[in-house]
Design a protein around this ligand. Structure first.
Ligand code: 1CP
Length: 322
């Protein structure tokens, strides 16, 4: 999940020099440095590009900014006229600093460290565009889905194309693996999850596989519950990222027989540390370590995570998992 984040003192120092968060994301030199910081400290097996899922709405022409302590803010889309103003054609041009950062990274990371590019899934990005920021109930997004189905479908199509274009350009710039975050998949009913998370993501994977057959794609339909099984069967993804609620034995039988799985340590357990952390890591490795598996957290690392617990985690995984 998020590696650089706010738990590293060197990240917080860099962040102070960067100005606004989007200026940070669009400054290739700083984005490269933020990507490399956790790799230098912990020698993880993979580096995830420092960027954000909300660079896409920004590149489409929506106003996006980040407020200290409040997270992302957007000028929410109000009607079809706002949709008409979004500009999909200029996306890749607008995001070229992101691709510059990837090109630099692919030249300077050690060959054994995989470089992961990413994007938000259409549904998750749409929630921010329609709500104007984070949300607890997704009332505006669900209102569009139910009351203005044609406009909603048009937005989702625009985002599916934008997601594909952005990911494809990341591969051209040097990304070796792609991950798509559907962080709010779990807010949908099971039917809507299939329609608005699984379907668009499967179509994006199909197009990515046609364009870049050798680039593995990881999907993270967070809190998708039993729909994870449909993702394993139908999405065409190489790997699924599991949130912390997914049962390990169920994942082994229903998912890992078809795709690689990634996850799913609870970020709170990493904060707790000690033998509780050791036991939980060993439990995850015992359940999933025999099949195709990427050790990871079940969601983003929290800012208050003690640095020594991360070092401890890496040590146990390497000692236990080989
Ligand atoms: O570790 C890294 O820094 C990797 C880059 C990365 C990634 C993969 C960032 C940097 N953000 C993301 C993905 C992301 N961004 C997701 C999907 C994964 C997830 O569920 O966490 C989402 C939903 C966002 C949107 C976003 N951006 C939020 C979440 C708000 C909410 O609704 O809960 C926040 C707080 C941001 C800002 C952000 N993005 C990244 C960082 C390091 C930060 C913190 C900014 C800071 O320095 O203050």
């Amino acid at each position: 999940m998020r590696q650089a984040g706010r738990y590293l003192p060197e990240y917080r120092a860099l962040r102070r020099t960067a100005g606004g968060f989007l200026d940070f994301c669009f400054n290739p030199e700083l984005a490269v440095e933020a990507t490399l910081q956790p790799i230098r400290r912990y020698e993880f097996d993979a580096a995830i590009l420092f960027s954000d899922i909300l660079v896409v709405p920004h590149a489409l022409g929506q106003k996006v900014w980040f407020e200290e302590g409040r997270g992302p803010r957007l000028e929410a889309l109000a009607d079809a006229a706002d949709l008409d103003r979004l500009e999909g054609e200029a996306l890749v041009e607008a995001l070229h600093p992101v691709y510059t950062a990837l090109a630099v990274l692919s030249g300077c990371l050690p060959p054994e460290t995989a470089l992961i590019g990413f994007a938000g899934a259409p549904w998750t990005v749409a929630t921010y565009m329609l709500e104007g920021g984070s949300s607890r109930d997704f009332a505006c997004a669900k209102h569009w889905m139910a009351e203005r189905p044609q406009d909603f479908a048009r937005l989702m199509e625009l985002l599916a194309r934008a997601t594909f274009d952005h990911l494809s350009a990341q591969v051209a710039a040097g990304a070796e693996v792609l991950q798509i975050f559907d962080s709010w998949a779990g807010a949908l009913s099971l039917d809507d999850m299939r329609r608005w998370s699984l379907e668009p993501l499967s179509e994006i994977v199909r197009r990515l596989k046609a364009a870049h057959p050798d680039v593995p794609v990881i999907l993270f339909p967070r809190a998708a519950g039993e729909v994870y099984r449909d993702f394993a069967r139908e999405s065409g993804a190489d790997a699924l990222s599991l949130d912390s609620s997914v049962d390990l034995m169920w994942a082994r039988e229903e998912l890992q027989t078809r795709v690689a799985v990634q996850g799913n340590l609870d970020p709170q357990t990493l904060i707790a540390g000690g033998t509780r952390l050791d036991d939980e890591v060993r439990r995850i490795l015992a359940a999933l370590g025999q099949g195709p598996f990427i050790f990871n957290l079940g969601h983003g690392i929290l800012p208050e995570t003690p640095l020594e617990n991360v070092a401890r985690l890496v040590r146990i995984v390497r000692d236990t998992g080989g």
